[in-house]
Design a protein around this ligand. Structure first.
Ligand code: SF4
Length: 346
């Protein structure tokens, strides 16, 4: 697997864990699963050779790869896995954070398992306290532990590197958000997690998302600006998100993204002064002339139809529909209303 990346919001990838299983509707046409099934499981040079995508594996031998990469880069962690998958032991996740602690890169972590991510942070903070170490030092000791059979006996990162503060300033923690339901579920957990930088990846975007109205049991919360949550003595201050990446789906079975959903996120980020990056429109375009396949897409995210009754075309049914066409990911491009949104948060 290549370490250089063509993804607009990163420079390279690092895979200490490979393999995954579906978690939510956004996983339905997982690009990594598709590539493993079609190519890598048959390629003797691939780490996936002879494996199914659902075979989740940890790779201790890859842990210190990012420490050896000298040129400082922005690196996407586990592009073909979910670091917080239930089959990845907490000890190994701690070692991954240990490697990130001693590397000079900016590391981008993205998960759909925000609940297990929070469980991990509780576990690692408790274990560090039991060992009377800082959380960072504890994670680096787990790194040494995982590398003990790979590196020479006297090579210990714990003794060489001065640990960074916790949460690690070079780790960008993110959750995937494909629709409002996923936003309501995962973003509050992200905002409660110890992180120096928090972001979301709205890809594949499958419905409208209002980040300024995240549903909490006690009301709604503006996840872009942050603020107070709770009442009385239980008031907490949650930070706002630091950046948003959005994208449409790729692949033969891809689902269309209505342009309104991209515009909503673009405008919400613009109003809040937060970076917005449109990675790709997806296989489908909202300029469907000459498209090989066309479909009507409901603006409220309730689904697609091949044809509409005349009342629906006129919007009398209460739902607005837009005709979209499949033109391929290259032809649909990255522009939204003629503008390239390529912002990267610092
Ligand atoms: S969580 Fe990500 S890697 Fe795992 S199945 Fe879903 S889309 Fe694929």
């Amino acid at each position: 697997m290549s370490t250089e990346s063509k993804i607009s919001w990163t420079d390279a990838t690092w895979s200490p864990v490979t393999g995954c299983t579906a978690e939510s509707p956004g996983c339905k046409n997982c690009y990594a699963k598709r590539e493993v099934q079609q190519r890598w499981s048959k390629n003797p040079r691939s780490i996936f050779y002879g494996r199914s995508f659902g075979d989740v594996r940890c790779h201790p031998e890859k842990l210190d790869q990012i420490i050896r990469w000298k040129k400082r880069r922005r690196i996407f962690v586990c592009p073909r896995a979910d670091l917080f998958h239930p089959e990845v032991p907490f000890e190994f996740i701690a070692a991954v954070f240990g490697a990130m602690a001693v590397s000079d890169h900016d590391l981008q972590v993205l998960t759909k398992r925000a609940d297990r991510m929070l469980e991990f942070f509780s576990w690692v903070e408790r274990r560090a306290e039991e060992e009377k170490e800082s959380v960072t030092a504890f994670c680096i000791s787990r790194l040494d532990n995982e590398l003990s059979e790979i590196l020479p006996e006297d090579s210990h990162y714990s003794e060489v590197f001065c640990p960074r503060p916790w949460p690690l300033p070079n780790v960008r923690l993110g959750v995937s958000v494909e629709n409002q339901e996923a936003a309501d579920l995962r973003i509050p957990m992200l905002l409660r997690a110890p992180a120096a930088f928090r972001w979301i990846s709205a890809e594949p975007l499958l419905g409208p998302v209002d980040l300024t109205k995240i549903n909490l049991s006690g009301g709604q919360f503006d996840a872009l600006r942050g603020g107070e949550v709770g009442r009385g003595s239980k008031v907490e201050i949650w930070p706002g998100l630091d950046g948003v990446v959005a994208g449409g789906e790729s692949g033969k079975k891809s689902r269309p993204t209505h342009p309104l959903w991209f515009r909503m996120l673009r405008d919400q980020c613009g109003a809040a002064g937060k970076p917005f990056n449109l990675k790709q429109a997806g296989e489908w375009t909202w300029e469907p002339n000459d498209a090989r396949q066309q479909v009507w897409v409901a603006a409220d995210g309730r689904g697609t139809r091949n044809d509409l009754l005349s009342d629906m075309v006129l919007g009398r049914s209460g739902t607005k529909w837009l005709l979209m066409g499949r033109v391929g990911i290259r032809a649909s491009g990255r522009l939204l209303d003629g503008v390239l949104h390529d912002e990267r948060a610092n």
